[in-house]
Design a protein around this ligand. Structure first.
Ligand code: FES
Length: 148
């Protein structure tokens, strides 16, 4: 018997593997999937992102922050004030980094306040920010993506 696999057998086996993977993925709870993708306890709620403070210890104190996805960082500015900032530089789209109390772009040196206001060029536009709602009783922060 030959160890070689025919092209037809390979295609059949690949199709079965894809079908099994698809059914496993579709059976996952979307919230759990989001949680594992983000690596943080963040849930999608309609057009919003819901962040539970109890599941994100870095937000327990003012000055703490968490990346809720590849593009958005949530920062606790004070006990009751949060800021959601898109961390994409408005100059040429590099990912800005939070350095102390400002965002700095590693590509060409633009700087922004923690609220996303540009303070140093070459960027001319502020970072995108999103409205947030803090529910102190539930301990949740809702980031309103659609309102932006
Ligand atoms: Fe950020 Fe140029 S891409 S300063």
């Amino acid at each position: 018997m030959s160890d070689k696999i025919s092209r037809r057998d390979f295609i059949k086996k690949s199709a079965i593997g894809i079908a099994i993977s698809g059914s496993v993925l579709s059976s996952l709870n979307l919230e759990e999937f989001t949680k594992s993708v983000a690596g943080k306890a963040v849930r999608i709620s309609g057009d919003d992102l819901l962040v539970k403070l109890s599941e994100n210890p870095s937000l327990s104190k003012p000055g703490g922050s968490v990346r809720v996805n590849d593009e958005i960082m949530l920062i606790r500015k004070s006990e009751a004030e949060f800021i959601a900032v898109k961390t994409i530089c408005t100059h040429k789209g590099c990912d800005v980094e939070l350095e102390g109390s400002k965002f700095v772009c590693p590509c060409h040196g633009s700087e922004y306040t923690i609220e996303g206001k540009v303070t140093e060029g070459p960027a001319k536009k502020d970072l995108t920010t999103y409205p947030v709602e803090f529910d102190s009783e539930k301990g949740t922060v809702t980031i309103k993506l659609k309102d932006n």
